[in-house]
Design a protein around this ligand. Structure first.
Ligand code: SF4
Length: 412
């Protein structure tokens, strides 16, 4: 088997704890997209599924001699289950793992149900909490409403304040970009909430169902053929981040840190950019094994591997043709446009999900092609400027230190 085709062991396990959500965000791809499989899943994960999943993870870790893995507790809204199942799942996985391995556990929540007591319990269990929100005000979160159309902001603001006082348990904020907003206002309002890191998520979409603000497209278009609203939005935020006064170290912004690291020759760790393989598997509340959740934006059943933890181990999932294809390891596996693109070493063709075209699959550039190229060239230019004007030995970037090798993690 060639290096490009050999699958990389899973190192990120997304465990679904609860399949429903108490919010009805207007852009949610899970409940509003073509894949409605959530309707058939158990609402909560059962104890037997937790135990079998933990055994499968432990076997995979032992087989591949993995020293560390990530476990992300997800939903729907995972806190709808209360803290007890999250802590139980965490403990079951930890108890099953071989002694040489470690696990970093996080939960991604909309924040509406987080209380001081729940935060205390999750912190004591070593679970890091990531918050999903769109900005630091009610107006900026107008798309994040409950099923009656009420704003989620008052309760999320309380959650953000609790987390700001618990930095050891605060994973950061995940913000889905609304390209019609002012990037400076979004960035400043999020920084004011005191997170250690920010992730800016491009809304999921594809060439057939384009994200807001771009398209429609008759066919996958050349990156030079259209404006790049998301690239410009992110470039604006990058400048604010990059130019922040050194006396007040800026918050980490994962996408920017990744691009800077890639430009400096490191390997990627994010799903959005780079050529490293994506080593993630999702385990739903019924124990079914799936590839990326975001594939639900492509077509009904797109994430399904047709496997579950009761009948299959992770080796089966790893060698499934869909997993091998989705890992898209290296240049030879990309479409022709990407293979000949001058920024492919940093872009890597973008997220697998965003390459989809109805009828012809994923062998295309990202629907964010123009945006990614714009952002990469912008960051490259700023980095070059900074390198030229920085004395030898001084720090170059507020981003994370570059990774030297490894695999990518899913961005949500
Ligand atoms: S590598 Fe990225 S920027 Fe280049 S053609 Fe592919 S998607 Fe577009």
């Amino acid at each position: 088997m060639s290096e490009a085709a050999r699958p990389v062991p899973f190192q990120q396990f997304v465990l679904k704890v609860h399949s429903r959500c108490n919010l009805a965000c207007t852009y949610c791809y899970v409940y509003e997209g073509p894949d409605q499989s959530w309707r058939e899943r158990p609402v909560r994960v059962a104890g037997a599924t937790m135990r079998r999943t933990a055994e499968r993870i432990a076997a995979h870790v032992a087989t591949h001699g993995l020293r560390s893995i990530r476990v992300d507790l997800h939903g729907g809204e995972p806190l709808l289950a209360g803290p007890a199942p999250l802590i139980a799942y965490t403990q079951t996985v930890r108890d099953a793992l071989p002694p040489h391995s470690s696990v970093a556990i996080s939960v991604q929540t909309n924040g509406t149900l987080l209380t001081a007591d729940i935060l205390k319990q999750l912190s004591a269990a070593g679970i890091v909490i990531g918050l999903s929100l769109d900005g630091g005000s009610a107006r900026l979160n107008r798309r994040r409403v409950d099923h009656a159309g009420r704003s989620s902001w008052p309760s999320v603001r309380r959650a953000a304040a609790l987390l700001a006082d618990a930095p050891a348990s605060y994973g950061g904020i995940l913000c889905t970009i609304d390209v019609d907003t002012d990037p400076g206002e979004i960035y400043r309002s999020l920084v004011a909430l005191g997170p250690p890191s920010l992730d800016f998520l491009l809304p999921y979409g594809n060439w057939s169902e384009p994200p807001p603000g771009i398209g429609p497209f008759a066919e996958p278009a050349c990156r030079a053929a259209r404006p790049a609203p998301y690239g410009r939005w992110l470039a604006h935020v990058f400048d604010l981040w990059w130019d922040a006064p050194p006396s007040r170290p800026p918050v980490q912004v994962r996408l920017f840190g990744e691009i800077v690291a890639l430009l400096l020759g490191a390997a990627s760790r994010s799903e959005t950019v780079g050529l490293s393989p994506l080593a993630v598997v999702v385990i739903d509340t019924d124990g079914s094994l799936q590839r990326l959740d975001s594939l639900k934006t492509a077509y009904a059943g797109a994430p399904d591997l047709g496997m579950d933890v009761f009948r299959h181990d992770f080796e089966d999932a790893l060698h499934h043709p869909h997993t091998v294809a989705a890992q898209m390891r290296g240049l030879p596996t990309l479409c022709e446009s990407c293979r000949h693109c001058p920024v492919v070493g940093v872009c890597g063709g973008g997220r697998y999900t965003d390459r989809y075209v109805h009828g012809s699959g994923f062998d295309h550039p990202s629907v964010y092609c123009a945006d990614l190229e714009y952002l990469i060239r912008h960051i490259s230019g700023r980095l070059e400027q900074t390198v030229r004007s920085t004395p030898v030995g001084a720090a170059l970037t507020p981003g994370e230190p570059p990774a030297r090798n490894g695999s990518r993690r899913a961005d949500k």
